[in-house]
Design a protein around this ligand. Structure first.
Ligand code: 5GP
Ligand code: MG
Length: 176
């Protein structure tokens, strides 16, 4: 069934069950890579709050989690300018970092995340993103864990918003 958010119509795209399958897969892939370490997961607010919560529930090994907040989107388009709204509150020196992103689009945000941790001497950094738009991606940074590769069309739900609304929808809807 179609839904309306503000002035736009969205159609069902990815179900909660399909999301859950991918989140579990990513959790177990991270575990097989890092279970003997204590990784620091860093959720990127606001969009990743739901993915971060579910991912950590399925990650059953010792782990820490913190959040940072950045913003690059206005309406339905990415902007070059990535602003840091809440910074990192922990010392990540000597740690294995796993960034948790809702979606990697142009890669501008991802590049900014790498700049933020650049001043620390970290052990490793990985990126887990639930969605990726390969057609829009402009960077060389490899993505370690990807839930779904999707076409370059705007989506909402499961943490992702359209002008601040729609984050609480448990499934993914695509713009009509
Ligand atoms: P990037 O910096 O890679 O261009 O964009 C990353 C951020 O833009 C994501 O974390 C997300 O907040 C937002 N974004 C990118 N594509 C979409 C989309 O299709 N829907 C929504 N709601 N946000 C998106
Ligand atoms: Mg985001």
């Amino acid at each position: 069934m179609e839904i309306q958010i503000l002035d736009k119509i969205f159609v069902p795209y990815i179900s909660t069950e399909e999301i859950e399958t991918q989140v579990k897969r990513i959790a177990s892939e991270i575990a097989s890579d890092l279970k003997d370490e204590i990784p620091v997961f860093i959720g990127v607010l606001n969009g990743s709050f739901m993915f971060a919560a579910d991912l950590l529930k399925y990650y059953t090994h010792p782990a820490e989690i913190s959040f940072i907040k950045v913003a690059s989107y206005e309406g339905t388009t990415s902007t070059e300018q990535v602003t840091q709204l809440i910074g990192l509150d922990i010392d990540v020196s000597n740690r294995h970092i796993v960034f948790i992103e809702d979606i990697v689009d142009t890669g501008n945000t991802l590049e900014e995340l790498y700049n933020i941790i650049n001043r620390y001497k970290i052990k490793s950094v990985r990126i887990a993103t639930l969605f990726h738009k390969p057609e829009a991606y402009k960077k060389e940074i490899p993505l370690d864990y990807v839930g779904f590769e999707i076409p370059n069309k705007f989506i909402v739900g499961y943490g992702l918003d359209y002008n601040k609304q729609g984050r609480n929808i448990p499934a993914i809807y695509q713009i009509k």
